[in-house]
Design a protein around this ligand. Structure first.
Ligand code: LUZ
Ligand code: MOS
Length: 759
């Protein structure tokens, strides 16, 4: 096999088409003649009983073909993935503003919109809950509460020199994928349907549509070219939009397209789960953390969606990168009258990490030291037993911290900050360190498997299908690199096909940062099967014995290290003539992982990803505005197979994390109405909010054998560096006003900064 470390790495195959506008998204697919537009009528009351739904006038409107309610669903009116608690279309009650009630299928979008206005809907309101603690008090839970525990915190607290308690809040986050949700469906022969969907989970769409239509999964084909972003928002919730389009296409036997506008998407879809949490941390006289307890109140919204799984990942990551002998963490998934919240990059991990960072910060402030001193002292090492039973291997927590320390010594950074602060009355700087430790694998062991299908065509070109969905993260390029390395051909001979459920079945969603690992490993399996057949052919062509070494490299064939004069194309031609099977299906299931939910112990993750970030910011103490001056990171990539892509993932994740922590504020009013419902009221980071210096150093580590070519997963972990921005800002505020009562409440918006400076 050729070298896996490609330097310089190839550019993303999608890059040129993206910047020239040629990349195809769902709305770019030319629709067939007779295609209908589907519009959704959604609830404008967060909780209530539907008293009247009169569609007669609307159905008479020009261009309207049919209006669908739950009565028109041939199969089950159900889209709940983990728990069947979410109707596709509301039946008698509504549980959140934005809940779909009816679908209008019309010849044009304008006609559908006009008809929507004519539907008469009366809802008798019921009490609305938006606060997770209030939901908990009323016993409204989406799934059973969970506790992970190690040691004996109660006993340990009695021995602690210092104990601190507090409360934290983290807000939601709108995914704001550039491409909204959407699907385009076509009825096909044998009562079947084909759906072009903007989904991270083609199989999830397929399964949901089969259920809703009451047909077999073999009658539903889902095809995904690429997504204009997903970030978790299309892991589960794309299924609803797939089902809308499929329902109309299936019943009316006409193509149907359902794509919400931005404001509809923002209003109807769930976001990152906000959390309200309590912590209690105990330290010895030497600042070692002895015991940690936390209770998490997850705002799940009106249906379970993925919240029970997100809750679990919060518990897994509750202690971040710290070695703590006694841990007891409990989480409640609270049912509120908000759109069902869902996966978002980090999947509950960021919410868990924020709380322990707040606990450490709280301890540090009370003890009069910088949090970094406590953080550094408590980093975990190889051999550490996580509170869920897994033993740390290849732990880079200390290594990444120490490597950053060489570049940005703590004493020097703090001296600079303090020098600035003593000479500036109306501007203050703050610095914070943020270590991360993120487990790679779906926490649900069952989901950690993948398949790939490889065809080598008789002209030597190669078609690759996997279960991986390209959503801007560059997974297609990584798959091309994997196939090229295994087959010894150049990248340009390999084409990544769309992700399609008839070519690759039973896929897990592209999620959990594990897509390149799982699908890449399945792809190596497929390529190696073809290689074994080709190697045997080469030996027979040259009359070489069994033990001869065949190498395929740069489109050429080598035998025992000697060039054979045979190139790849000629070899494939020979193979075809000799009727060798040039196709293979690969499979991979992550070995070694297991987890016992009843005990909360096991080995759930293939490996962990580590790293450390330093964030420095400057606050304008008159206005409350601020800049993030510097984010300096040492990140554990393992042996990166593509530094461009991995760097891009890291940079994007950090900026998205800073957005979540500092400016993105999802606001619902007491009636459950989304107030931050457009880009004018919801601020995401732009190029001006990117740190002036964003420096990412590759901590080249051995990497895990369970990572593809030892190149560690990179999708989610970097987002959590953004948490450092919150604490850097908080430190700057306290430098101006040491008596500030500023809370551990994210996002740290300029408004909160201003209140903190002067409150
Ligand atoms: N999705 C999921 C995820 O179903 N399980 C996970 O563990 C996960 N982790 C991160 C992101 N999505
Ligand atoms: Mo995700 S939060 O890996 O879809």
């Amino acid at each position: 096999m050729t070298s896996k470390q490609i330097n310089p790495p190839p550019a993303n195959t999608d890059a040129a088409a993206h910047v020239t506008g040629k990349s195809v998204y769902v709305d770019d697919i030319p629709v067939m003649e007779g295609a209908l537009w589907v519009k959704v009528l959604d609830a404008r009351v967060a909780h209530g009983v539907i008293k009247r739904l009169d569609i007669r006038a609307a159905e008479q409107m020009e261009g309207v073909v049919k209006i669908f309610t739950y009565c028109d669903i041939p199969g089950e009116n159900q889209v709940g993935g983990i728990i069947p608690d979410e109707p596709l279309l509301a039946d008698h009650e509504v549980h959140f503003q934005g809940q779909p009630i009816a679908l209008i299928a019309a010849e044009t979008e304008d006609q559908a919109a006009a008809a929507l206005e004519k539907i008469i809907l009366e809802i008798e309101p019921l009490p609305v809950i938006t606060d997770p603690r209030e939901a908990f008090r009323q016993g409204k839970l989406l799934s059973p509460s969970r506790t992970f525990s190690k040691g004996n915190t109660a006993e340990a607290f009695s021995r602690c020199a210092h104990i601190f308690e507090g409360k934290t809040e983290t807000g939601g986050q709108e995914h704001l994928y550039l491409e909204t949700q959407g699907a385009y469906a076509i009825a096909t022969e044998h009562n079947s349907v084909r759906i072009y969907s903007s989904t991270q989970g083609p199989t999830a769409v397929q399964r949901t549509v089969a259920r809703v239509l009451g047909v077999g999964m073999n009658q539903v084909e889902v095809d995904v070219t690429r997504l204009g972003g997903g970030f978790g928002g299309k892991e589960d919730q794309a299924s609803t939009w797939g089902a809308f389009a499929a329902l109309v296409a299936h019943v009316l036997k006409r193509p149907a397209k359902c794509i919400p506008h931005r404001m509809e998407d923002m209003r109807m879809t769930g976001k990152r789960n906000p959390y309200s949490s309590d912590f209690k941390i105990g330290l010895d006289a030497d600042c070692r953390i002895i015991a940690y307890e936390a209770t998490f109140y997850q705002n799940g919204g009106a249906a379970a969606d993925l919240s029970p799984a997100i809750l679990e990942r919060t518990l897994f990551h509750a202690a971040n990168s710290y070695a703590i002998p006694h841990v007891h963490v409990t989480a409640h998934s609270c049912k509120t009258n908000l759109p069902p919240n869902t996966a978002f990059r980090g999947f509950g991990g960021p919410q868990g990490k924020f709380v322990i960072e707040a606990a450490i910060d709280c301890a540090a402030k009370n003890l009069g030291v910088h949090a970094a001193l406590i953080q550094r002292k408590n980093l975990l090492d190889d051999g550490y037993e996580f509170h869920y039973g897994q033993i740390a291997v290849g732990a880079e927590a200390k290594n990444s911290w120490n490597t950053l320390e060489q570049k940005q010594p703590f004493a020097a950074v703090m001296a600079d900050v303090e020098a600035f602060n003593t000479t500036h009355a109306w501007q203050k700087k703050g610095a914070a360190w943020m270590p991360i430790c993120f487990g790679i694998s779906f926490t649900n062991t069952m989901m950690n498997h993948a398949r790939a299908l490889v065809h080598v065509y008789s002209d030597g070109s190669v078609g690759v299908s996997t279960g991986a969905v390209e959503m801007g993260q560059g997974v297609n390029m990584k798959m091309i690199q994997v196939a090229a390395a295994c087959l010894g051909v150049s990248w340009d001979r390999i084409k990544l096909e769309t992700t399609n459920t008839t070519r690759v079945a039973n896929t897990s969603p592209s999620a959990a940062s594990a897509t390149a690992d799982l699908n890449g490993k399945a792809l190596t399996d497929a390529c190696n099967q073809i290689r074994a057949r080709l190697d045997a052919l080469v030996k027979s062509l040259f009359g070489a014995d069994e033990k001869a070494a065949v190498t395929l490299r740069d489109n050429r064939v080598y035998l025992n290290g000697q060039d054979t004069d045979l190139n790849w194309n000629q070899l494939i031609q020979q193979a075809f003539i000799q009727r060798v099977n040039l196709s293979a299906k690969g499979h991979y299931a992550t070995p070694q992982i297991h987890f016992d939910k009843s005990t909360g112990k096991g080995h759930p993750f293939a490996y962990h990803v580590y790293g450390t970030a330093l964030t420095v910011c400057t606050v304008d103490c008159l206005r409350g505005i601020y800049t993030i001056d510097l984010v300096d990171v040492v990140h554990d990539f393992g042996t990166s197979i593509n530094r461009h892509i991995d760097l891009g993932q890291c940079e994007g994740g950090i900026v998205q994390g800073i957005g979540w922590m500092t400016m993105e504020e999802v606001v619902y009013n007491a009636e459950g109405r989304l107030l931050s419902n457009a880009l004018s009221t919801y601020k995401i980071p732009d190029i001006y909010s990117v740190p002036a210096v964003l420096d990412i150093q590759f901590l080249d580590t051995e990497g895990s054998d369970l990572a593809i070519f030892k190149s560690k997963a990179v999708g989610e972990p970097p987002l959590m560096y953004g948490i450092g921005a919150f604490f850097a800002l908080r430190n700057a505020v306290l430098a101006f006003n040491p008596a500030s009562n500023i809370a551990y409440s994210a996002p740290m918006t300029p408004e909160k900064v201003l209140m903190g400076l002067h409150g």
